[in-house]
Design a binder for this molecule. Structure first.
Ligand SMILES: *Cc1c(COP(=O)(O)O)cnc(C)c1O
Length: 427
């Protein structure tokens, strides 16, 4: 038995499923999850001492690699002050000022502890501001695990959504409307069917939780116009793509201004941090200023803020980072395409900057249905093929690969080679 197998058995005795977040359990790729002990740059070391090239980057935060020196230094200093005051601190002002400077749509920002909290609070705020109950989300977009988001589509646009998790009530599901990603006409239909009832439209402007799916031309702009016409708030969930596809996220990249933005992952540099922000007038509806309640005992925690601030400062002052990430992403894409083409695979490969995913057995993936039609069995084989060769991809065909600045071209070449060797073995 390997050390990881041993640990996984032990973990399952006292942790449900052995993990604290389901995707880590390898359910969708099979096999036993690996336990890791340390990491540096883009190399993670498991408990056996084996090295892996890391393509999950803690699901985003390791955009400059693990143990980035300015972050490690800042944290060392911060921990000697205290781990938490529960009072206002200067750090909170500094990070808020920087976020508002970096993200075009954000004039005021509230810090929370996770992306889930950010999205949950943004919806409450939108409801409070518009005095309406319903909101539209898109199939396959993930906004964390709060009740109103764990809803799947009913059998047609006109039917009600259904709970997508045991424990979510039908009452909650009633207020969540679903449309296919990239489908403006479905959104128009939902707005017509629910006149003056929709508080918000929330989406990942670049979807990253059904593989990576960019918005089609005109989709974001079309949503903006619909929201303006119908008094609906547009919420960009940039928990994944924020600070990743551009310094100012999708707002900067696509030039469409949402009313609210939710953030997470990169924003904490690996600490549990989320945030939501937007127009001043809307944000001022929050307690203690306004009637929409929202709070958090450890929100704005000094260690977490120190970590996030150190990373955001780096991203803000070195704009070439995004050029480098684009170049490395493009290099990896080109290499993978060549290998897939040489093996005459049918596949769809989507990429936005350093976010990349591929789906097998389909030509195009622009929404959840199309992602669902892909050959996940083949993905599993490739996942384990490269894992064996020291490459750690996200353990699900519905996740996205992340490249960091610490992925050197030789590591990218090694990755492409491992994919080729795996395919030679599989096919
Ligand atoms: C990860 C993610 C969330 C949830 O964030 P947590 O910190 O896991 O609660 C929400 N939205 C998007 C787009 C995400 O990728």
């Amino acid at each position: 038995m390997s050390k990881s197998e041993d640990l996984f058995e032990r973990a399952q005795l006292f942790i449900p499923g052995g993990v604290n977040s389901p995707v880590r359990a390898f359910k969708s790729v099979g096999g036993t999850p690996l336990f890791f002990q340390s990491a540096k740059g883009s190399i993670m070391t498991d408990v056996e001492g084996r090295d892996y090239i890391d393509y999950i980057g803690s699901w985003g935060p390791m955009i400059l690699g693990h143990c980035h020196p300015p972050i490690v230094e800042a944290l060392k200093k911060a921990t000697s002050n205290t781990t938490s005051f529960g009072t206002p601190t200067v750090l909170e002002i500094e990070i808020a000022e920087l976020i508002c400077k970096m993200v075009p749509a954000v004039e005021k920002v509230r810090m929370v502890n996770s992306g889930t909290e950010a999205c949950m609070s943004a919806i409450r705020l939108a409801r409070g501001y518009t005095n309406r109950d319903k909101f539209i989300k898109f199939e396959g977009c993930y906004h964390g695990h709060a009740d109103p988001f764990l809803i799947k589509a009913g059998s047609g646009a006109a039917t009600l959504g259904e709970p997508d998790s045991s424990g979510v009530t039908r009452g909650t599901a009633r207020d969540t409307l679903l449309a296919p990603f990239n489908d403006l006409s479905a959104v128009i239909q939902l707005i017509e069917l629910n006149p003056n009832e929709i508080a918000a439209i929330i989406l990942e402007p670049v979807a990253g939780n059904m593989g990576c799916i960019p918005p089609v031309d005109g989709f974001l702009k079309g949503l903006r116009e619909l929201c303006d016409t119908h008094g609906i708030l547009l919420i960009f969930d940039e928990v994944m793509c924020g600070f990743r596809i551009a310094k100012g996220g999708a707002t900067e990249l696509y030039g469409v201004l949402p009313d609210l933005v939710t953030m997470g992952k990169i924003i904490g540099g690996g600490m549990p941090v989320g945030a939501f922000g937007g127009k001043r007038e809307i944000m001022d509806m929050l307690a203690p200023e306004g009637p929409v309640y929202q709070a958090g005992t450890l929100s704005g925690n000094p260690i977490a803020m120190t970590c996030g601030l150190a990373l955001l400062k780096e991203l803000n002052c070195k704009p070439n980072i995004y050029l480098e990430l684009e170049e490395k992403g493009a290099y990896l894409e080109k290499g993978i395409r060549e290998v897939f083409d040489n093996h005459e695979l049918k596949y769809a490969l989507n990429r936005v900057g350093s976010m990349l995913s591929f789906h097998f057995g389909v030509d195009e993936v622009g929404n959840f249905n199309e992602a669902n039609n892909a050959d996940t069995e083949f993905f599993k084989l490739l996942f384990h093929g490269v894992l064996k060769r020291g490459i750690y991809f996200a353990p699900s065909a519905f996740e996205t690969l992340f490249v960091s600045t610490t992925h050197s071209y030789s590591l990218l070449d090694g990755t492409i080679l491992a994919i080729e060797e795996s395919l030679n073995e599989i096919l």
